[in-house]
Design a binder for this molecule. Structure first.
Ligand SMILES: O=C(O)CCC(=O)C(=O)O
Ligand SMILES: [Fe+2]
Length: 403
């Protein structure tokens, strides 16, 4: 059925792709990656675009906070990428030339290690694969690697998102927060809530993404594929769009949990407020950048989750915020589930958390480099916390709650 080696342009692509696939999704070895024939048959239902769009060039930061960030309303900001070098530089042709021999993360193995592929092979794969749910570049260390860090000069963090309070934590200690994202049609991100109560922005440079967002209080049993819907790709966007999508669009779906949907086009920046479920599928070849952040508007959500999930980081962060942003302490105090004075107490790791392995999860992520910088990895992105967050961050951050 599949053309195998002949499908690709470069002589080594087939081998490299097979190796990456074997690590990222060993369970597909027997079943195969293109067995469902989605490349031939899969069509998304007609679009019902009902998201608000606002011109990012004319709305002020205060207006954005008042109208969208504070009330946690999703919105697409237009016009923000207008002068970004990425507009010219992030074509497939230019990226695949400039970063030809650089490795990018396109998956994660069962032990949480990044699965990487050289850009030249990924590019060939991206253009020529017929996989049902293809490998997806979701790389959070691009800005830290000598030969790929220039990518971060190609865009500017929009003014609405500049005040990221995690910025006060040491860069090595803070959770992964930025991802270079590139993938073919049918690749995407399964339904999830972003980790640690962070909000996100996602600027699309090339191609089109279909998004569905559901409110934070939508019941997880209804928004995630049920056992009989999971099939061979239980944690993939394509499965969601083939199953749950019908449910959330049916007349029986509660108005309270009404979906917000759109097709995001080039130059559009999606704002995903803290706590919202979202699922994304690429309609064509896409290139994007996304950041997660903590601001004065969501720190009341981020703080208690960080204390639980990342106790050691929370102490370090509190110290820095006390020194440099004392005005946010009141918000922290009123959102905190434990008295802040307990935070210096050596017993607080266990007393402040729901699980005795909190501190070890914090230890394991605070130093290591590979998995802490990883997102996009199938595993990391989809493994869930008790509270229902699959991860943009490494699975190691949350090993406490995955147990
Ligand atoms: O562009 C995408 O695939 C969505 C990414 C996303 O939701 C995430 O990284 O949390
Ligand atoms: Fe997300």
């Amino acid at each position: 059925m599949s053309l195998g080696k002949d499908r690709y342009s470069l002589p080594r692509t087939y081998k490299r792709v097979e190796t990456a696939k074997g690590k990222a999704r060993p369970e597909l070895k027997k079943f195969g990656w293109d067995t469902l024939g989605c490349a031939d048959e899969f069509d998304l239902p007609p679009l019902k675009d009902n998201i608000q769009r606002v011109d990012g060039r004319t709305i002020s930061v205060d207006e954005f906070r008042r109208d969208f960030e504070r009330p946690r309303i999703p919105v697409i900001l237009t016009g923000l990428t207008e002068n970004w070098p990425a507009e010219d530089k992030w074509t497939l042709a230019r990226l695949s030339k400039k970063y030809r021999n650089q490795n990018f993360k396109c998956g994660e193995d069962d032990d949480g290690n990044s699965v990487k592929m050289k850009m030249k092979y990924y590019h060939d794969y991206m253009l020529n694969n017929i996989d049902d749910s293809p490998l997806y570049i979701f790389d959070s260390s691009f800005a830290e690697r000598r030969k790929t860090k220039k990518l971060s000069d190609d865009y500017t963090v929009p003014k609405f998102f500049v005040d990221d309070l995690f910025h006060y934590a040491d860069n090595k200690k803070r959770p992964p927060h930025r991802w270079f994202v590139m993938g073919p049609p049918r690749s995407g991100t399964a339904i999830h809530i972003d980790p640690l109560g962070t909000s996100a922005w996602n600027s699309l440079i090339k191609g089109h993404k279909r998004w569905v967002l559901l409110p934070p209080n939508a019941p997880r049993e209804l928004v995630k594929p049920m056992a009989h819907e999971k099939g061979k790709h239980p944690d993939e966007a394509i499965t969601w769009f083939q199953t749950v999508y019908k449910r959330v669009r049916s007349p029986g779906w509660s108005k309270e949990f009404a979906p917000i949907e759109c097709r995001q086009g080039p130059g559009e920046t999606m704002f995903v407020p803290a706590g919202w479920w979202h699922v994304v599928i690429n309609e064509d070849h896409t290139v994007a950048v996304t950041h997660n952040y903590c601001s004065v508007e969501n720190i009341h959500i981020v703080w208690p989750k960080t204390v639980r999930g990342r106790p050691k980081l929370s102490k370090h962060w509190l110290k820095r915020l006390t020194e440099q942003r004392p005005e946010v302490l009141d918000i922290i105090k009123s959102s905190s589930e434990v008295p802040l004075y307990n935070m210096n107490d050596s017993s607080s790791d266990s007393s402040s958390s729901s699980s005795s392995s909190d501190s070890s999860s914090d230890e394991s992520e605070s130093e290591e480099s590979e998995s802490r910088v990883s997102n996009g990895a199938r595993k990391r992105r989809f493994e869930e916390q008790e509270s229902g967050c699959p991860e943009k961050m490494s699975v190691h951050y949350f090993s406490n709650s995955l147990a």
